[in-house]
Design a protein around this ligand. Sequence first.
Ligand SMILES: C[S@@+](CC[C@H](N)C(=O)[O-])C[C@H]1O[C@@H](n2cnc3c(N)ncnc32)[C@H](O)[C@@H]1O
Length: 147
Amino acid sequence: MNEVLFASSGSTDYETPPELFQKYDAIYHFSLDVCANRANTKCRRFYSPKQDGLTQPWSGACWMNPPYGRDVEAWIKKAYESAKAGATVVALLPARTDTAWFHEFVYNKAMVEFLRGRVRFILGDKSGPATFPSMIVIWTPRWSERS
Ligand SMILES: C[S@@+](CC[C@H](N)C(=O)[O-])C[C@H]1O[C@@H](n2cnc3c(N)ncnc32)[C@H](O)[C@@H]1O
């Protein structure tokens, strides 16, 4: 979505491009989308805002493209803690390496792949490049044991 569309929609429903999801699904075989709705979920099993994924247990191989607003840190903390408890969580996140959450829960605590170019998010029948760089963060039980 372009900046104007992003600002005017105020929506957090920006979808992961299918080819990006499929690249990681082929490796991790996700069984749970931790934040989604019926229309945009990437897995048969998902948590919606009504169920509130932040208060549910995460287990197995989880996919996470969370709302990037003020609560993003809560999603990232939950991913880190769920990996400590045995889950694998793969997340598509803004590459904000100067944030407290990056240093607290990502740097040296997960594998990070910085994505080349800009992700083209999908919103309804529109799509467009993000206005920020993105990264894939992979928390596994083994990595999160390092701290
Ligand atoms: C950026 S979209 C990602 C959609 C999809 N999972 C994907 O990867 O394309 C974030 C989704 O999180 C959902 N969401 C927001 N708050 C949530 C909550 N508390 N629990 C579960 N899902 C939530 C929204 O409905 C939205 O569809």
